[in-house]
Design a binder for this molecule. Structure first.
Ligand code: AHG
Ligand code: MN
Ligand code: MN
Length: 313
């Protein structure tokens, strides 16, 4: 229902979820994450770009912004009243919320993906995966929602709870208002994002990329998973790959914090997400830090990648 004179696209996030008939606790959770992103936007714009002097579970040096973004998001989740367990790319263990909560959901997130890009002023993002209940070590098929916030020239938020993929943009009042509803991938890839060193590609991956180039697909790779996936969604086509490499058979990206949520969103938009052999969302995470190779985007291109990997390795 749209007020007289108000266009459908001045609807804010909470109202959109209410009008979609979303679960109230899930709406509360997603809106809390949206609130947290406003503080992360400010910390990126003004924050200290130095290192935090600590390292994460991958042994990677944490930037002050990684730690700060993690703290902002974790605090909001802790006090949301609906979260049971939290897994963060920046924290070694799963954290159980020990304050008042109905423990409806558990959340895995990458608080600031691509954080090393901030000091060269490229776009970065927050990625969030949401499960019902306490267990985060189930296949991505069990997610009930996923979302990301993209800190680019504009701050935009994309979410899905299984009823389509919807995009919001932050306005001058730092409210997220609806921009696009029911985003879908509707054609084969005309852009591609080839992650990882090309000379480490397997013959199947090499053939896949060569075919894309022969077809005239254009290379678009920012080094940030969130802007690169966002570009595929907003263009309605494309493929991102960070494949199995000769020197890194599991690729680079993390299943819990990066691949599951993006696979959920891309599948919701009618695309596909595969390791090259099986669907990303069929993988069972054995540990917090497990990684997987990924081909994600337009369905027909992902099927072609799987066929070439099966044929050529
Ligand atoms: P993070 O900053 O959380 O470690 O993730 C960075 C990831 C992802 O954003 C991107 O797709 C990939 O790293 C880029 O890797 P390369 O620098 O090897 O291309
Ligand atoms: Mn990341
Ligand atoms: Mn990160």
């Amino acid at each position: 229902m749209v007020e007289p004179g108000q266009t459908k696209f001045q609807i804010d996030l909470r109202r959109h979820m209410r009008e979609q008939g979303e679960d109230r606790d899930l709406t509360r959770l997603i809106c809390e994450i949206a609130e947290a992103s406003k503080y992360i936007v400010n910390s990126i714009r003004t924050g200290d770009l130095g290192v935090a002097g600590t390292s994460n579970l991958y042994g990677e040096q944490q930037l002050a912004l990684d730690v700060l973004s993690d703290r902002i998001l974790r605090k909001r989740l802790f006090h949301s009243g609906v979260v049971a367990n939290i897994a963060s790319e920046e924290i070694e263990e799963v954290i159980s919320v020990d304050v008042e909560s109905n423990r409806r959901f558990s959340v895995a997130y990458d608080p600031l993906d691509g954080s090393s890009l901030v000091d060269v002023n490229l776009a970065v993002g927050t990625i969030v995966s949401i499960f019902e209940g306490e267990d985060l070590f189930r296949s991505g098929r069990n997610q009930v929602a996923a979302m990301y916030i993209l800190y680019g020239p504009r701050s935009t938020l994309v979410y899905s709870t299984g009823n389509g993929v919807h995009e919001f943009a932050m306005n001058a009042l730092m409210e997220y208002t609806l921009v696009r509803e029911n985003i879908t991938l509707n054609s084969s890839a005309k852009i591609y994002s080839p992650g990882g060193q090309r000379n480490q590609y397997s013959p199947g991956t090499e053939a896949f990329v060569r075919d894309l180039e022969i077809r005239g697909a254009k290379l678009r790779y920012s080094g940030g998973f969130v802007p690169d996936i966002n570009q595929v969604l907003m263009k309605g086509q494309g493929v991102f790959l960070y494949p199995h490499l000769n020197n890194a058979p599991d690729g680079k990206l993390r299943l819990l914090f990066e691949l599951n949520p993006m696979a959920y969103l891309i599948e919701q938009a009618g695309g596909a997400a595969s390791t090259g052999k099986e669907s990303i969302m069929d993988l069972i995470p054995e540990s917090m830090d497990c990684r997987a190779p990924v081909f994600i985007g337009s369905k027909e291109d992902i099927a072609r990648a799987e066929m070439l990997v099966a044929q050529l390795g």
